[in-house]
Design a protein around this ligand. Structure first.
Ligand code: GN1
Ligand code: MG
Length: 354
């Protein structure tokens, strides 16, 4: 690692560099110097993010834009340049590395410890969308084309079923069929977009609780992290992915499905935070269709996990056999639970939008 971090403009001699974070795609390290000064070092997965230059120019543009409008350095990620003044390092082997200032006195949670934590994460993502409302969307690279194109995710799922590359189809036919039974709904939000009934905005697209930094003392949101998928998208996707992950009563890969539910209390908390921070930016139709965001982001993520399971676990990092299948099953359980709670979910929205 020394070969890597020594090429960045760090304050002091590095005394420690350890793996941290639980992302499924990139690799993250905490770097500590003798000063002491803390940094986050990241390797960006180039087999998933094919356009690394475009990705990093998005990150530079978005973080510069935010810092130009905020005076507290803890309120947005800040890149640390290389010794030659570049915003990231591209090695001879084509690996891409970047360093961020560590956000001091902050916490990043794996799961909400209270409804208030989740409310604050809703605030964080609502705020982010608000802060970028006037950002020139056309200048952003689409880092992963069709990222939240749910019908396209189903198309890829069908390819994986047809190919059955890892020979696992027969053992999960029941799961596959249950996912296919939901395919007709995949286009609900995209259809509204095509008809011009909901707008395209600059969105984060990976709004898990683990991508929010809260102040350690006050538990208020400082900033959101993981800007690799900031692209034009739908408000309902940011809202929905936040619910998918944050309002679940169990971990994303919980093998015991009896523990997995979509908590209405957590749902309401995130919704309240998100809506309050979006202010009056969202249109009435956008607000009314937010529950679809929750359902479709959960369905889509589950389809992606099951696709990866069928492909032999080549996309999401796994730490044990069957982990992608467990992930796919929790997501389906959540979708089915949302169906049971659909009227309540809509009632919460109707109550909070007043
Ligand atoms: C991936 O790497 P991580 O955990 O930030 C994925 C998201 C999924 C998430 C599921 C680029 O995010 O889309 O929702 O796993 N990111 C990418 O936990 O595919
Ligand atoms: Mg992440």
């Amino acid at each position: 690692m020394e070969q890597i971090y020594s090429q960045f403009r760090l304050d002091g001699r590095v005394i420690n560099c350890t793996r941290t974070g639980g992302g499924h795609i990139n690799r993250t390290y905490l770097v500590v110097t003798a000063r002491p000064h803390l940094y986050i070092l990241q390797w960006i997965n180039g087999s998933i993010f094919k356009n690394l230059t475009g990705l990093m120019s998005n990150v530079v543009a978005v973080t510069d834009y935010l810092h130009a409008r905020l005076d507290d350095p803890r309120r947005a990620l800040k890149l640390v340049p290389t010794l030659t003044g570049e915003p990231y390092l591209l090695t001879g082997e084509g690996d891409c590395w970047r360093v961020y200032e560590y956000i001091t006195d902050s916490v990043c949670l794996d799961a909400a410890e209270s409804a208030e934590d989740l409310r604050q994460s809703g605030v964080a993502f609502g705020m982010f969308q608000n802060q970028l409302a006037d950002f020139p969307a056309a200048t952003l690279t689409e880092t992963i084309p069709h990222f939240h194109d749910t019908p396209d995710r189903y198309r890829i799922f069908r390819e994986a079923i047809a190919e059955d590359r890892a020979g696992r189809l027969a053992s999960v036919q029941g799961d596959v069929d249950r996912y296919l039974a939901h395919e007709a709904e995949a286009d609900v939000l995209h259809a509204l977009l095509r008809k011009g009934e909901i707008p395209l905005r600059v969105t984060h697209n990976d709004t898990k609780l683990t991508n929010v930094m809260l102040d350690e003392a006050t538990r208020e949101p400082l900033c959101v992290i993981d800007l690799d998928t900031v692209m034009p998208g739908l408000a309902a996707h940011d809202y929905g992915d936040g619910i998918r992950f944050g309002a679940s009563t169990a971990a994303e890969d919980e093998p015991d499905l009896s523990k997995v539910e979509m908590s209405l209390e957590l749902y309401e908390a995130f919704t309240e935070g998100f809506l309050s921070a979006c202010g009056d930016r969202l249109t009435e139709t956008e607000i009314d269709t937010l529950p679809w965001g929750a359902k479709l982001m959960t369905l889509e993520c589950g389809v992606r996990f099951l696709t990866d399971y069928l492909n032999g676990d080549v996309y999401f990092a796994t730490h044990r056999p069957g982990q992608n299948l467990d992930r796919a099953r929790t997501q389906l359980k959540l979708v089915e639970d949302m169906e049971k709670k659909w009227d309540e979910m809509n009632a919460v929205i109707a109550r909070l939008k007043k």
